[in-house]
Design a protein around this ligand. Structure first.
Ligand code: ADP
Ligand code: SF4
Length: 676
């Protein structure tokens, strides 16, 4: 089948006001944790997406003025000429591949804290922000005039930096959204009260941006088609705003009210989930529309365009997982697409104030720093490599080493490839994680110089006998059974017939019933997902955590609230700030982490989710006495969880880095810094 022809509608150019996008692949604004702090990293990363065929590539939220400073999160900025130079590097990297560059002008209003700039924060009213005990300054008419002047000046700087699309951003609770909000905007002047008054500022910004830069740049607006929740801006009011402003912007970039759904993880939100709420806008405005939906299926993309839901396929995560997704569709290589798995590890790192990374794409964020290209490696490999373990680390190393030209053998004791990914993908909501395995197996299948042997447990003698030039040990890790972890340095006391299970037991098929205490000292997804599985299977589950909520780290992946809600809806009892002291035949002893007060709770079984133990016995046996011998260390390496139990993203990255580095001179990644 002529796949490229079939998807031809996705490759038709389309005008957006005064500029023309070369195709329908549109990387919408998304956070990177790079922003103003890592300008060269940012430029190379965005440029790579243009190289991969994205027709429009946008910045993240780009602050217009020091009164909108989101420190410690590295937002983009257009405050001054230095910022213009830094962002011009990004626009230029995007233009080098024929794509349009967009910039999302942003003012955080009451949400930010201005920790670095120390300017007073501004709001439609004086209110507490997102996280700091700081209230914003209520804006008076002069402040509004100033704000409009700053916005216009930033638009002019955007044009100077050579951007093609300039956004006005009245969404996600930031300053212009505060004005739209019935609850926040209690003004009695021309900017408050009726909807027409509340949208006055948005209208002025659109008109003034067009007047300032509209001769050369398209003016886009990012807007929630379903409003911001009834108390702020109802869905009907959002409709009325869109109807009133219709053709004022050149493009509508549509989101929805619930951010946790808009960028929901695959555990909770399916591909294309926004459609029912955004579908009405294109007809209403007559302007080109873009929206997201974590689209990785070319057919789903085509369907959206064919049915007139959108003109552009918006993507943040799919473009992170595969910057070359458009080219792969055009070339009829859909099977080579590295599909986003919806884990939100990308977002999590921005949430931590660090640069973007991706579970599926280990080159993300390394384009400039390490000089890694997501599709190319040098074919310079000579010799043979044995990889023990076909989890994410082993499979990634195998496919990259194969592409480099090494003779690669991968052996795994299990009868299926994928290691932890295959096991965990069977848990509730995690099926898409299997894509980490599937992409790599697909690549390996097409490499004649890579062999995969399943059902092959190797001991040190087998490895020695095999006689490969290089050995990579990627044997993973096992969950600890003794309760040791973040909160406990000594083994847990288990009295009498007390039954303790680990996540590995459940992954191996154990399904305890009766009263089960799930004890979480890990604070990410595993305990919550297992509790959901067991409660769904009829167990009476008591979720005990040393943290103050269910899986607090899940807040970084926009999953915490939904995880806690899911457990509550399943009737799970949640006990926070409690540590597990002892396990007996029919009960567990818990203690309050603040007072030390102990109490007993019924428990037929205790499932502990604490530390993992590296499965490094093979490595230790191989290295043995030679541990200090540098020559040996060069040919025997351990990678992934067997070196450092961590996220799947770490294992993939470790496999990639080891494979790129094998037999080459060590390279210290470059350090990005502000260009003065
Ligand atoms: P990582 O996340 O680091 O890739 P995983 O735990 O996902 O680690 O995968 C490790 C894989 O190593 C598992 O599939 C396991 O079956 C395999 N493995 C562990 N020990 C051996 C061994 N001695 N021989 C072969 N395979 C092994
Ligand atoms: Fe998708 Fe996960 Fe990569 Fe983010 S980190 S782009 S959610 S695979």
């Amino acid at each position: 089948m002529d796949t490229a022809g079939r998807y031809a509608p996705l490759f038709e150019p389309l005008a957006i006001g005064p500029v023309t996008a070369p195709n329908r692949f549109y990387q919408v604004p998304h956070c990177t944790g790079m922003g103003h702090a890592l300008p060269q990293t940012l430029a190379a990363m965005r440029g790579m997406k243009a190289e991969g065929g994205w027709g429009v590539v946008c910045t993240e939220y780009c602050s217009i003025h020091p009164s909108s400073d989101d420190h410690p999160w590295p937002f983009a900025a257009l405050w001054d000429d230095g910022d213009v130079r830094n962002l011009a590097a990004m626009a230029s990297a995007v233009h080098a591949h024929g794509a349009l560059a967009g910039v999302e002008l942003w003012h955080g209003g009451s949400s930010v804290a201005n920790l670095a700039s120390r300017a007073p924060t501004l709001g439609v009213r004086s209110t507490l922000g997102r996280s700091e005990p700081i209230q914003s300054q209520r804006m008076d008419r002069r402040d509004i005039r100033e704000f409009r002047r700053w916005h216009r000046a930033a638009a002019l700087r955007a044009r100077q930096a050579d951007f093609d699309i300039v956004y006005v951003y009245p969404t996600h609770g930031y300053l212009v959204a505060e004005f739209l909000s019935r609850a926040s905007n209690t003004r009695s002047d021309a900017y408050g009260g009726t909807l027409a008054n509340r949208m006055r500022l948005l209208r002025e910004l659109l008109e003034e941006t067009r007047e300032a830069v509209g001769d050369r740049c398209a003016v886009a607006v990012r807007f929630s088609a379903s409003g911001h929740g009834d108390e702020h801006l109802s869905a009907d009011e959002a409709h009325d705003v869109i109807a009133a402003l219709g053709a004022l912007p050149d493009l509508w970039d549509l989101v929805i009210a619930d951010y946790d759904e808009e960028m929901g993880s695959s555990r909770f939100v399916r591909q294309g989930a926004l459609e029912d709420r955004i579908a009405y806008v294109r007809q209403l405005t007559g302007r080109p529309v873009v929206s997201v939906g974590r689209f990785t299926s070319p057919d789903a993309m085509l369907s959206q365009v064919r049915r007139g839901i959108v003109d552009f396929i918006g993507a943040a995560r799919p473009s992170i997982a595969d910057p070359f997704l458009p080219h792969k569709i055009r070339e009829g290589r859909s099977e080579d697409i590295r599909e986003c798995i919806g884990c939100n590890i990308c977002y999590a790192h921005n949430s931590r104030g660090s640069a973007l990374r991706c579970t599926q794409n280990p080159t993300m964020g390394e384009e400039w720093r390490s000089g890694w290209h997501p599709e190319h490696v040098t074919r310079d490999g000579a010799g043979s490599v044995l990889i023990v373990g076909a989890g994410p680390a082993g499979l990634e190393a195998g496919q990259i080493l194969g592409k480099r030209g090494f003779q690669v053998t991968i052996a795994d004791a299990a009868t299926e490839a994928g290691g932890r990914v295959s096991r965990e993908a069977r848990l509730p909501g995690l099926a898409e994680w299997g894509r980490v395995r599937d992409y790599r197996l697909g690549q390996i299948e097409r490499l004649a110089n890579v062999e995969l042997h399943l059902g092959s447990r190797l001991e040190a003698a087998d490895v020695r006998e095999f006689g490969a030039d290089h050995v990579l040990v990627a044997t993973g890790s096992r969950w600890r059974r003794d309760g040791r972890g973040r909160s406990r340095s000594q083994p847990l006391a288990i009295a009498g017939d007390g039954r303790v299970l680990t996540p590995d037991d459940v992954l191996d098929g154990a399904r305890p019933t009766g009263t089960v205490v799930v004890y979480d000292d890990d604070h990410y997804y595993m305990a919550a997902v297992l509790a959901e599985l067991l409660a769904g299977g009829g167990a009476r589950v008591r979720f005990v955590t040393t943290a103050g909520s269910v899986g607090p780290w899940l807040a970084n992946t926009a999953e915490q609230a939904r995880s806690q809600r899911a457990l509550l809806e399943l009737g799970v009892t949640i006990e926070v700030s409690s540590s597990l002291e002892r396990v007996a035949a029919d009960h567990a002893v818990l203690s309050c982490i603040y007072t030390g007060a102990v109490r007993e709770v019924a428990a037929d079984v205790v499932l502990t989710v604490t530390d993992r133990e590296p499965e490094d016995s093979l490595y230790r046996a191989l290295v043995g006495e030679r541990e200090t011998d540098e020559a040996a260390a060069e040919t025997i390496q351990r990678i992934g969880d067997c070196l450092q139990p961590a996220l799947i993203a770490h294992a993939v990255y470790a496999g990639h880095r080891a494979a790129r580095g094998l037999g080459t001179a060590p390279r210290v990644p470059a350090r990005d810094r502000l260009v003065l």
